[in-house]
Design a protein around this ligand. Structure first.
Ligand code: CUA
Length: 191
């Protein structure tokens, strides 16, 4: 069978396009490390966030040598904690959930970006090489205050971060001493 040279050219061109499309989709799905929010993390009911041991107290927690976990709660129209302070050169895993509607947790100028779904926990592990300050924004339309929904991520020099932690620990000690004394006074044990 005789196929015209132009027709061969078109067939070859179409093949190249099809392979190109498949390669692009595969790269987008696998190569960039983009994943969907899945049920890999223990889900939680939005109205039980305050009692949840992970999210009851949104915070940055040291879990190992240069390893941190950050528990973030998003809600209309803010993030907690705010600002979030983490050290550079450490492995930081953000766990983010929502109190009400779908939001996102997007660290401006980085590829740290996830959708946040009520009832689900989005997890992302990142490492910042340099200290710096980043805005956190919501890029899922979530209501009238969506455009005002922002937070701050402060990446500190590891030594400075350590110093800050120690200062905070001192503050906590001071509060405990105070509580103890008022509790004792409340028991009527002091004259
Ligand atoms: Cu939260 Cu938009």
């Amino acid at each position: 069978m005789n196929i015209h040279a132009y027709e061969r050219l078109w067939v070859a061109g179409s093949m190249v396009l099809i392979v190109g499309f498949i390669a692009t989709i595969t790269y987008g799905a696998v190569g960039l490390g983009i994943t969907m929010v899945d049920d890999g993390e223990e889900p939680l009911a939005p109205d039980e966030i305050d009692e949840d041991e992970r999210f009851g107290e949104p915070r940055v927690e040291e879990v190992g040598d240069d390893e941190y976990e950050v528990y973030v709660v998003s809600a209309t129209f803010f993030f907690q904690p705010d600002p979030i302070e983490i050290p550079a050169e450490s492995e930081v895993t953000f766990y983010v959930t929502s109190r009400d509607v779908i939001h996102s947790f997007t660290v401006v100028g980085t590829n740290t970006n996830t959708m946040v779904i009520p009832g689900e926990v989005s997890a992302m592990t990142v490492e910042f090489d340099e200290p710096g300050e980043y805005g956190i924004v919501c890029n899922e339309y979530c209501g009238a205050g969506h455009h005002d929904m922002e937070g701050e991520l402060i990446v500190l020099d590891p030594e400075e971060f350590e110093e800050r932690q120690e200062e905070n620990d001192d503050d906590v000690d001071a509060i405990e001493v105070f509580d103890h004394r008022t509790a004792t006074a409340g028991n009527g044990e002091l004259p």
